[in-house]
Ligand binder design. Sequence first.
Ligand SMILES: Nc1ncnc2c1ncn2[C@@H]1O[C@H](COP(=O)(O)OP(=O)(O)OP(=O)(O)O)[C@@H](O)[C@H]1O
Ligand SMILES: [Mg+2]
Length: 266
Amino acid sequence: MNYEYIVETRNITKRFGNVVALKNVNFRVGKNEIVGLVGDNGAGKSTLMKIIFGIYAPDEGEIIVKGMKFKRLTPRKAYELGIILVHQERTLCENHPIWRNVFMGRELTNRLGFLKIKDMKELAYKRLAELALTKMPVDTTVKYLSGGYKQGVQISRALLFEADLVILDEPTVQLSLAEVHRVLDYVRRLKQRGKSCIFISHNIYHVYPVADRFVILDRGRVVAEFYKKDLTPDDLSNIMISIARTGSVPQEYMKYNLLQSKQSQA
Ligand SMILES: Nc1ncnc2c1ncn2[C@@H]1O[C@H](COP(=O)(O)OP(=O)(O)OP(=O)(O)O)[C@@H](O)[C@H]1O
Ligand SMILES: [Mg+2]
């Protein structure tokens, strides 16, 4: 099927009781585009990602994946469509070894249904090596790993799926400087391989180098979008501070805001 965007949301609204987590959100990710999704705590970033990955159903709106429309997705369907979400929350099984976690829910089995343990260990090692996570043997129980290492294991899982769209929700929070660089290299490799990525981070200096475009969410709404070429990291930082304080983009940057024309029509 011919499509321009790998994922698009149209007028997505999501409520949790009285809390409106997302309000009429139009968001899209192009083919081979890296989108930096930024915004304050509670802006709705993770909720939007969980809707795209099918963990939550939206109250209103629709999700379009590769040109196909959905009222809601399920994680299984999202996988099938080539989407993977690396959660902000931990989703590892602490009492299982690393390799088992890398393959969780996608175990390799032979024709008789037995686990192909040797193959899985080898493949897990290869993927972990891509992130230079080889310090701990793949047999190590996850609970003995550092926070950063655990995060790396979660990312390896995404690597394994060769997804078309990889969503990384705060992948760098607990990482050391060297580990952050590996994650950023991984995102660059996704780009080189023609894949797409949504990268969520509170740290502008992590998201800036890898993103092609930034989308800023504030209190459940998309308030601004910019191409990286129009901003320096400091510009982006100024914009974010202004949005947090006043809810709006400083005047001098309005000409670059890709939402500007839509807003003035509204
Ligand atoms: N399962 C839930 N039940 C009730 N309220 C929720 C739930 N998930 C999120 N919310 C609320 O929805 C809003 C958006 O939360 P969300 O986690 O999407 O924000 P976020 O942008 O990812 O924030 P952070 O940067 O802190 O991760 C918040 O007000 C949050 O409290
Ligand atoms: Mg979040």
